[in-house]
Design a protein around this ligand. Structure first.
Ligand code: PEP
Ligand code: MN
Length: 294
């Protein structure tokens, strides 16, 4: 059971109780189609392009990530871009491509919903709704997404505290939906060496505050392809329940986030590394169509 976060109205004068390091609330799992689940001892990698650009681009990527061991397919249909002049996504057409690719590969589809009015449309074509960092505190969207009862991947805002992330969780939980996976994706900081500063400490911190599974997104969190693999492995080491990874068949031509996209070959190499470190972490890799204990 997810209980409302204790510090909805933080009292700055009151000393904050620091939970003992060993304290860890009971763990909750979130079920996806095909018998897949996020959380528990499973580790799941959700991978795919930043944005769906064409049927072929998506299918090529979906097959590659499935073959390499992904557990679900990501891909943006409605893209939250900083500039209105940047590619905004293919919208409903992309949702149809995502559904087709999911059906063909057996991968559950995770895609972002940005507008409460589009929740039903996006829900009709996907298995899990993503709420992006820019919308973490969009209460009407949190409520509308929550009401579907579907699994929700809630990304932490780039300037959001853990308390604020857990307060956003409360909006969804109030609708009666506890199928929530949190995702650390990097914080706005002062150093342009990386796109954001990936707060890996958020994973063990969240462990002491919520039973919900926690993902890490090293693609947006670093912004650079060569940093994705080391931070992905670090996320596994700090106990994350899974990863969100951007993959593109031709990153140089990607319409969004090319510099952080792995090629299918890079992704396959990442999955080999993950398989190497899964046994010492006491986990198993949760893959589409099978549970690989390798
Ligand atoms: C994404 O995952 O597609 C995305 C836009 O990420 P974020 O909301 O973390 O910027
Ligand atoms: Mn992206």
């Amino acid at each position: 059971m997810v209980r409302p976060s204790a510090s909805a109205e933080p009292d700055s004068a009151a000393p904050k109780a620091t939970p003992p390091v060993t304290q860890s609330p009971e763990r909750q799992t979130v079920a996806l189609p095909h018998g897949l689940a996020i959380g528990g001892d499973g580790f799941m990698v959700v991978a795919g392009p930043c944005a769906v650009e064409s049927e072929e681009q998506l299918l090529t990527t979906a097959r590659a990530v499935r073959d390499a061991g992904a557990g679900a397919l990501r891909g943006g249909a409605f893209k939250p871009r900083t500039s209105p002049r940047s590619f905004q996504g293919l919208g409903e057409l992309a949702l149809r491509y995502l559904e087709e690719a999911g059906d063909e590969t057996g991968l559950p589809v995770v895609t972002e919903v940005m507008d409460p009015r589009q929740v039903d449309l996006v829900a009709d074509h996907s298995a899990m709704l993503q709420i992006g960092s820019r919308n973490m505190q969009n209460a009407p969207l949190l409520r509308e997404a929550g009401r579907t009862g579907m699994p929700i991947l809630l990304k932490r805002g780039a300037a959001a505290t853990i308390d604020e992330l857990l307060a956003a969780v409360d909006y969804i939980v109030e609708t009666g939906n506890e199928n929530i996976v949190l995702c650390e994706r990097g914080l706005r900081s002062f150093d342009p060496s990386t796109r954001y500063t990936l707060d890996l400490a958020a994973v063990p911190v969240l462990r002491t505050r919520t039973p919900l599974p926690v993902f890490v997104d090293p693609s947006h969190g670093t912004g650079h392809r060569h940093l994705v693999v080391p931070l992905a492995l670090a996320a596994l080491a700090v106990g994350a329940d899974g990863l969100l990874i951007e993959v593109h068949p031709d990153p140089a031509r990607a319409l969004s986030d090319g510099p952080q996209a792995l090629t299918p070959a890079d992704f396959s190499a990442l999955m080999d590394e993950i398989r190497r470190w899964i046994p010492p972490s006491g986990r198993y890799l949760s893959t589409a169509g099978q549970i690989a204990a390798s």
